[in-house]
Design a protein around this ligand. Structure first.
Ligand code: ADP
Ligand code: MG
Length: 682
């Protein structure tokens, strides 16, 4: 058996299991071994009872049982309770329907209890705890149990068992890095790492295994990037073009002057468009720095030269907004260009008609969501392709777009929520233009972090802004009430708000589960100023531009990642009026407070990303994937940035010693290079 063998060949894996595994994307043994645990259960050392705070959550306590457990009838359940004490205090333990415990737990004996703390008023109790002898718990603390992402009919046990079986059946596992690299960076051998990531005996071992696998992931990604870059260096410019006077006039007619950085970026784009090589550029700039207009200048340049262009946006709402912007600019300046909108919500017949028009070249500038662009859209002569909010797309999607035409110029735009130095690594195959300064007329956003008890004051403030003719967003983390998660939801919140606010305040709501047409309608109402407050989920996180909105209020702010909060805040402060961002947080945790304070004191996306990195520390074992920037399987470019830099150094070292990868030990990489045809088979 080898990695490519189907899991069906494994002992104990029947047809049914094969099907279930398939729904998890597991077909071969390689898929199976690459199905890493998403977490590990580990048992922490016990805490003193007196130290338990007001937060609910899982803990272990150690102590003596002072009296025989009491059993009483509570509704249809038998409730067993007993008090456990240590030197610092005592705590009530509760079990449901386990009356036999009354006879098992011995008075005067010492046990460890692991369970959930429940707080009711001033009373704390440990609910349904597991019971251990000191020796048994000692053993538990050592081991880490893998926890896999599951689906119906697939248990954690089944996955773990099948993976164990695979390790037994495999003759050998290949090593993918040469000794020069594993030695230099102190990496454990690949086969060992792969086993340990599933079945670690302790944390240190897990840390080492994870580091090895993360390094490998980054290494091959960066190598592919390098291969891609070399390839791009040879792609000639099939669509050389320059802006004509219509485009230059358009720039003059803008209601503002481009900032210095915008001008520089525009110069970069112009040089690329007329240069000898095809453009492959990233335009980076914080939220609200004015990237859209530069994309449009490129599109207009293409249209003037008789070519087509496309802008791909991550959401329908944003695509529609871009489309409206383009249409109004075309109309205002009397430009002879034809724009078309192509999104999933178009009725099938309209979609087909639009696709035909695009194929015939009747549309110059196409704006759409990526799903639609990827579907069978044929262009007549696509010369300029833009991806907006690139960090919302994977690398693969970016490639899909650039392969649409013969070889269109590619511009990707992003307010990359990662530190600049990391961005340079991750987008190593692209040339980069940065917009660091905000348009001149901007007034910095005022921030505040408040507890839920201050909500009424916030509402009064909102009302004052609305009376002054401004608009406000309120963000809730959820669409509807949920049994699993606590937090505000858009549906109930909107209802409540309608009761609290005077009747003449117009309140609308928006969330991802609404029909696309309705979403567009609500967004249009808000854009046009016919709604005063928009209660929304994070669907409005990216790109939305309504300069008259001046208040962003975020409920359960502690639930969101810092970069996401920064993106949300970027929806205000886009016009000439002072803007405000209110973070509402119920959490009293020190860490949460500190995180929100970062936002409170900075409006600079890059700085926020750096601070976030410092606060979390690069060694974070189970790095929270809050950045959502690139979907690595294990690695987190922010939390694992140190490993990323090492991998980069290794790739550079390899290529400087052996540029064409001719050496024997580098042969595996040479093949990899050859296959790197723009498909990122990582
Ligand atoms: P982002 O970079 O986040 O995509 P947008 O392109 O949406 O930002 O621009 C934000 C707002 O700033 C828009 O309303 C746009 O019209 C305006 N804007 C862009 N450039 C300038 C400028 N140089 N001066 C003033 N306002 C500008
Ligand atoms: Mg934008």
């Amino acid at each position: 058996m080898n990695l490519k063998t189907s899991v069906q060949q494994l002992k104990g894996v029947g047809e049914k299991t094969v099907q279930k595994f398939a729904s998890l994307g597991i077909g071969t043994i390689e898929d199976l071994l690459g199905y890493y645990p998403r977490d590990y259960i580990c048992y922490e050392p016990p805490v003193s009872i007196g130290m338990i705070g007001e937060e609910e959550g899982f803990v272990t306590v150690a102590g003596y049982i002072r009296s025989r457990p009491a059993v009483r009838q509570g509704g249809r359940m038998k409730i067993t309770s007993v008090t456990v004490s240590d030197e610092t205090g005592s705590l009530q333990l509760i079990w449901f329907n386990m009356p036999f415990l009354a006879n098992t737990l011995r008075t005067g004996s010492r046990y460890l209890f692991h369970g959930r703390i429940q707080v009711q008023g001033s009373r704390k109790s440990l609910v349904q705890p597991e019971i251990y002898t000191p020796a048994a718990y000692e053993e538990k603390m050592q081991a880490l149990q893998p926890m896999y992402a599951l689906t119906k009919g697939v248990t954690n046990h089944l996955i773990a068992k099948t993976i164990k079986q695979a390790f037994v059946s495999l003759e050998s596992l290949p090593e993918s890095l040469p000794p020069s690299i594993t030695g230099r960076y102190g990496l454990m051998p690949a086969p060992e790492a792969l086993y340990i990531i599933h079945f670690p005996r302790n944390r240190e071992e897990l840390r080492q295994a994870r580091k090895r696998l993360v390094f490998e992931e980054f290494f091959f990604f960066l190598l592919a990037m390098e291969a891609h870059k070399r390839e791009l260096d040879h792609v000639e410019n099939v669509f050389p073009m320059e802006p004509d006077e219509k485009v230059m006039k358009f720039i003059e007619s803008l209601p503002y002057e481009l900032t210095e950085d915008q001008k520089k970026a525009w110069q970069d784009i112009r040089n690329d468009l007329k240069g000898s090589r095809c453009m492959h550029r990233m335009l980076q700039g914080d939220v609200g720095s004015g990237k859209t207009v530069l994309a449009l200048l490129g599109c207009f340049t293409a249209a003037s030269s008789g070519y087509q262009s496309v802008i791909m946006a991550p959401t329908e709402v944003l695509a529609k907004q871009h489309y409206d912007t383009v249409q109004s600019m075309i109309a205002a300046c009397g430009l002879p260009y034809r724009a078309g909108l192509l999104t999933g919500s178009l009725p099938a017949a309209n979609k087909r008609r639009m696709q035909e028009s695009i194929a015939l070249g009747l549309v110059d500038i196409v704006i759409g969501t990526h799903a639609v662009i990827q579907e069978a859209v044929e262009f007549k002569n696509l010369a300029f392709a833009v991806t907006d909010e690139q960090h919302r797309f994977g690398v693969k999607q970016r490639e899909a777009l650039s392969q649409k035409g013969v070889r269109p110029h590619v511009l990707v735009m992003s307010a990359t929520p990662i530190p600049r130095t990391l961005a340079l690594l991750i987008y190593g195959d692209l040339d980069i233009s940065m917009i660091r300064q905000m348009p001149k007329n901007r007034i910095p956003i005022k921030n505040c972090v408040i507890g839920q008890d201050k909500r009424d004051t916030a509402y009064q403030f909102l009302q004052k802004e609305i009376r002054a003719g401004r608009q406000a967003y309120i963000i809730c983390p959820m669409v509807e009430e949920s049994e699993l998660l606590e937090g505000e939801n858009v549906t109930d919140y909107t209802k409540r708000l309608c009761e609290i606010f005077p009747k003449d305040v117009r309140i609308g709501m928006l969330h991802g589960r609404m029909k696309p047409a309705l979403k567009n309608q609500v967004m249009e109402e808000f854009s046009a100023g016919r709604l005063d407050i928009l209660v929304s989920t994070t669907v409005i996180e990216v790109g939305i531009d309504v300069p008259n909105a001046t208040v962003m209020m975020i409920e359960n702010a502690d639930r969101f990642g810092l970069s996401q909060l920064h993106q949300l805040r970027g929806r205000v402060g886009r016009g000439k009026n002072a803007s405000y961002c209110i973070f509402v947080s119920g959490s009293k945790k020190q860490e949460t407070r500190e995180r929100l304070e970062i936002l409170n004191h900075s409006n600079d996306g890059f700085e926020i990303a750096e601070k976030d990195l410092q606060l979390r520390g690069p060694g974070d074992l189970f790095g929270i994937r809050q950045s959502g920037v690139l979907e690595f399987r294990l690695g987190d470019i922010v939390a694992d940035s140190k490993v990323l830099y090492e991998a980069k150094e290794a790739v550079d070292g390899l290529l400087s010693e052996d540029p064409d990868l001719k050496k024997r030990e580098n042969r595996i990489f040479a093949n990899f290079f050859k296959n790197a045809d723009g498909n990122w088979n990582l």
